[in-house]
Structures are given as C-alpha cells and as structure tokens.
Design a protein around this ligand. Structure first.
Ligand SMILES: [Zn+2]
Length: 61
C-alpha cells in the first residue's frame, strides 16, 4: 500500500522547443503552470542558416 503523503507541488512551466518538440527543461512558473515554447540550440542554428541563405539569395537577386 502506497503512502500518499502530502506533497508540496510547485507549479512549473515546461519549456519545449516549438520546432522539434525537444524537452528543454522547466522553469519556475511563479504560481502558473503550463507549457512555454522556445527554440533549442540546434533549431536556432538551423533557422539562422535558413535566414542567411534567403538573404544571400535576395542579394544575388
Ligand atoms: Zn529544436
């Protein structure tokens, strides 16, 4: 039989990469729980590379 003790659960916001869905950890939600979307290092670099390519193509016009 499991003893369910009163656990003081702090609300936390889960951070998830909006691009690949990678779990990026949690941060203190300051009383508000939920999910916050961010971008991980990998996707950030990929997005930056894509933006650079687009601007380079625009310059080449
Ligand atoms: Zn990602």
């Amino acid at each position: 039989m499991k003893n369910s003790s009163k656990e003081h659960r702090r609300l936390e916001i889960k951070i998830v990469c909006a691009w690949c869905g990678r779990d990026m950890g949690e941060k203190d939600g300051a009383g508000v729980g939920g999910v916050s979307h961010s971008i991980c290092e990998e996707c950030l670099q990929r997005e930056e590379a894509a933006v650079n390519r687009i601007s380079a193509e625009a310059e080449a016009g």
